[in-house]
Design a protein around this ligand. Structure first.
Ligand SMILES: Cc1cc2nc3c(=O)[nH]c(=O)nc-3n(C[C@H](O)[C@H](O)[C@H](O)COP(=O)(O)O)c2cc1C
Length: 168
């Protein structure tokens, strides 16, 4: 699938809005992801308001692309939906990747901004959205039309990382 190979993190966007149908497709792609015991533990917050995007960009020193994005989608885990509690982050990871690939497919650029990777950022996101305790911050996907950067292939294949039948 060409989208897998061409996808890159796009961090600079034009001022063009992303069409509502495209945002809908990205959300549908997210919810199509596999999940442990089919628990589908995800929730999403769609942010398009420019002032809100600027404020949200401050939740992490590495989330600056949010400020210039046309739309950012926050991914959250809903503890009330957990059947396999240890699986929720993997489920959300699969949903995140689906969103990035669908964005490429739609001619957009996107970048995954880690939240669950830092306790400090988790708390910042929790406080920004005033989340109840059972809703767990996972990540942000900033999306827009690429400005300058392109989705283009970079070869990362490492034959030495592939093992056959046994480790050694
Ligand atoms: C869990 C995770 C967290 C990430 N967090 C950030 C981030 O906070 N800020 C950022 O600019 N990029 C972030 N990225 C994007 C990576 O930096 C990027 O995927 C990596 O450098 C490879 O580049 P590529 O996506 O262009 O192939 C994150 C990616 C993942 C999977």
């Amino acid at each position: 699938m060409q989208e897998i190979f061409n996808r890159r993190s796009i961090r600079k966007f034009t001022t063009d809005a992303v069409e509502p149908e495209k945002i809908d497709k990205i959300l549908r792609a997210a919810m199509q992801a596999p999940s442990a015991a089919n628990q589908q533990p995800w929730e999403f917050i769609v942010i398009e308001d420019k002032e809100n995007l600027k404020k949200l960009a401050d939740v992490s020193p590495y989330a600056k692309p949010v400020a210039g994005s046309a739309v950012t989608i926050a991914l959250l885990g809903n503890e009330n939906e957990f059947k396999v509690p240890k699986g929720w982050e993997e489920d959300l990871g699969a949903a995140s990747q689906n969103m990035l690939l669908e964005a490429v497919h739609l001619g957009l650029g996107a970048v995954w901004l880690g939240v669950a990777t830092s306790d400090v950022v988790i708390e910042q996101v929790r406080s920004y959205f005033q989340l109840p305790d059972h809703i767990k911050p996972y990540g942000l996907i900033a999306i827009g039309y690429p400005d300058g950067q392109k989705n283009e292939f970079t070869d990362r294949y490492k034959a030495e990382r592939v093992h056959y039948e046994k480790w050694a």
